[in-house]
Design a protein around this ligand. Structure first.
Ligand SMILES: Cc1cc2nc3c(=O)[nH]c(=O)nc-3n(C[C@H](O)[C@H](O)[C@H](O)COP(=O)(O)O)c2cc1C
Length: 159
């Protein structure tokens, strides 16, 4: 390789993304939330999405047992929610931040859209695992513009 891990990370940061919080509740556990920006659409028919989870995440075991979760796309003014659920050891969902979605999965009702999902496949992806999931239900609230993440910083759409 002709580049360092730092250089690779910086280069990947050129690709602007949205920011999501993945929420769920294991059968025997408390509702949780985790901030991710690796979310991507995969397929329209069937409706599939993906995101990737660090293998060394404290949440790894949670996602091994909890195969239904929701992806909530944050609004431009929800940077605080992003930081809150990106903090290590602080993934328990604040009761003020969620409600049961159509399928019973906890969703964040103030976000732009919530996709309620069931894991369909997982693929090894180096130091991450790629979770592919089928969308069971969707609530598209469409009230605002998205929070963006680029070059390690939050951003919003101009204009
Ligand atoms: C904007 C943003 C995007 C992130 N995207 C991901 C992601 O796609 N996958 C992931 O595993 N962690 C991602 N993280 C890190 C987690 O949110 C969180 O910081 C990390 O999981 C904390 O460690 P823990 O999982 O051991 O608690 C992201 C963090 C931020 C702030």
């Amino acid at each position: 390789m002709t580049f360092s891990s730092r250089e690779f990370r910086d280069a990947l940061g050129c690709f602007a993304t949205g920011v999501c919080v993945v929420t769920g509740q294991p059968e025997d556990g408390a509702p949780f939330g985790m901030t991710v920006n690796s979310f991507a659409s995969v397929s329209l028919d069937p409706p599939l999405i993906l995101w990737s989870l660090q293998n060394d995440s404290d949440m790894y075991d949670t996602f091994a047992s909890c195969r239904r979760w929701a992806v909530n796309v944050l609004r431009s003014d929800q940077q605080e929610l992003s930081n809150r659920y990106a903090a290590k050891g602080a993934h328990e969902l604040d009761p003020a931040h969620f409600e049961p979605g159509t399928s019973g999965i906890p969703v964040m009702p103030t976000t732009l859209v919530s996709f309620e999902c069931e894991e369909d496949a997982r693929h090894a992806g180096g130091d991450h695992v790629i979770l592919v999931a089928k969308v069971l239900a969707m609530t598209h609230r469409d009230s605002g513009s998205p929070l963006l993440f680029c070059a390690g910083n939050y951003a919003t759409l101009a204009g």
